[in-house]
Design a protein around this ligand. Structure first.
Ligand code: C2E
Ligand code: MG
Ligand code: MG
Ligand code: MG
Length: 282
């Protein structure tokens, strides 16, 4: 009996592994058609000045409305798209769509776009960015590219060249999720970043967490010393925001200030414009 149970257990394990692999294959396959089938969508989350509440720009965040599984989060499908190479086509769609949307917003609102290592290392990437800005009639200064530290590691020399070329176009570069990656401080010196985004995990309850507070203060100090703007990510509570204000952090992003939405609401508490004035996203 023990033997049978053992075998049964093995069989169940085996079957579930098979199902997992089929599941993953199916997702890979579906992802290849997601762009052409119009299943991808961008949502836009505001970034605001802490002192004034003025919205300075938006981060474009990708959503996949799968026909049968519903909404699949980027944390699930972006890594798959990176492994299969589908991220090149998807990333191209994201950049075009984001630039087109931003071109319809009042100047100088900026658009931040997440770019993965695979895209950054594609030899046509800089030319593609250039062409996309031109087609959308968007000034390069209004585009910000968000890169994680992990994207720099594979081929730092190539990454540096690409980032320098993007800077030469006038594009802004942000280091995303700062503190979660390899956090080699030399990355901040070696690469031409314009801003640092402190990962949301350090902002969580920062007002009552001495370790988080110490880390946030030191990143703000780094930003000041290196002349880089610092954005606090994942700000959810008024207490977190007032801690950041007290520490002279200038920019914030998070549910407290605005959720990611299909429509960029750029004037909720800014410029004295009508509260419901919004840019429709094509
Ligand atoms: P990220 O670039 O660090 O984006 C911030 C994430 O934090 C987003 O998750 C956003 O919805 C979420 N967030 C914003 N405010 C809050 C808050 O107050 N509390 C909490 N708990 N979360 C908050 P999302 O949209 O699920 O995206 C996850 C990650 O997927 C992104 O992290 C980014 O690395 C990646 N991603 C998203 N869109 C794209 C894309 O177009 N291309 C690529 N390559 N990656 C993307
Ligand atoms: Mg980001
Ligand atoms: Mg981030
Ligand atoms: Mg992230």
């Amino acid at each position: 009996r023990a033997k049978n149970e053992g075998r049964g257990t093995f069989r169940r394990y085996d079957a579930s592994m098979g199902a997992q692999i089929r599941d993953r294959r199916q997702l890979e396959h579906d992802l290849r058609h997601a762009v052409t089938r119009g299943e991808l969508e961008l949502v836009y989350q505001p970034q605001s000045e802490i002192g004034t509440g003025v919205v300075t720009g938006f981060e474009a965040l990708l959503r996949w409305r799968h026909p049968t599984r519903g909404s699949i989060p980027p944390a699930v499908f972006v890594p798959i798209a990176e492994e299969t190479g589908a991220i090149l086509e998807i990333g191209a769609w994201v950049l075009r769509e984001a630039c087109r949307a931003a071109a319809s917003w009042p100047n100088p609102l900026a658009i931040a776009v997440n770019v993965s290592a695979v895209q950054l290392h594609n030899p046509h990437f800089v030319q593609f960015v250039h062409g996309t800005l031109f087609e959308a009639s968007l000034k390069a200064e209004r585009l910000e590219i968000e890169i994680t530290e992990t994207a720099l590691i594979r081929d730092p020399a190539r990454a540096l060249l690409t980032l320098r070329q993007l800077k030469a176009l006038g594009v802004q570069i942000a280091m995303d999720d700062f503190g979660t990656g390899y956090s080699s401080l030399s990355n901040l010196r070696a690469f031409p970043f314009d801003r640092i985004k402190i990962d949301g995990s350090f902002i969580k309850a920062v007002h009552s967490n001495p370790q988080g507070a110490a880390i946030v203060r030191s990143v703000l100090g780094l930003g000041r010393g290196l002349g880089l703007a610092v954005v606090a990510e994942g700000v959810e509570t008024a207490e977190e925001l007032s801690f950041l204000a007290q520490e002279n952090c200038t920019l914030a992003q998070g549910y407290l200030l605005g959720r990611p939405e299909p429509i960029a609401r750029f004037s909720t508490h800014t410029h004295g414009a009508a509260p419901d004035r919004a840019a429709a996203v094509a």
